[in-house]
Design a protein around this ligand. Structure first.
Ligand code: SF4
Length: 115
């Protein structure tokens, strides 16, 4: 099951996350606040193998994300993130204990573009 939140620590041109953030009023009707346990029970109900966090940067909602990851693990689901990987080494160590995969999106083909 694919889930997402709102927000990012980058602002890449054309990103759907940026559109959501800058137009949060227009999309607010489509947003739902769902506690971690309910996200996981929905994934189980839908016979999903795991939960992937994508569309925005999951780690801007670090504690929410970790809550879902922990609840998912208890149910035997895998968890992973699609991320810009802009976090500290210590955060990476904490993450590695909770998730099964990381998909890193590089935002340009040169160092200057990436910066
Ligand atoms: S890092 Fe990813 S989620 Fe964040 S603005 Fe860029 S493309 Fe969007």
């Amino acid at each position: 099951m694919q889930v997402s939140g709102i927000g990012c620590n980058f602002s890449c041109r054309g990103c759907i996350s940026g559109i959501f953030t800058s137009n949060s009023r227009s999309v607010s009707g489509a947003l739902k606040r769902i506690p971690p346990g309910k996200v996981v029970s929905k994934a189980v109900e839908e016979a999903c193998e795991g939960i992937a966090f994508c569309l925005n940067e999951p780690l801007v909602s670090y504690y929410t994300f970790m809550g879902v990851a922990e609840a998912a693990k208890k149910e035997g689901l895998f968890t992973g993130i699609s991320t810009n990987c802009y976090f500290t080494e210590s955060a990476a160590h904490l993450l590695a204990q909770k998730i099964d995969f990381i998909n890193i999106g590089f935002k340009g083909a040169s160092d200057s573009r990436y910066r």
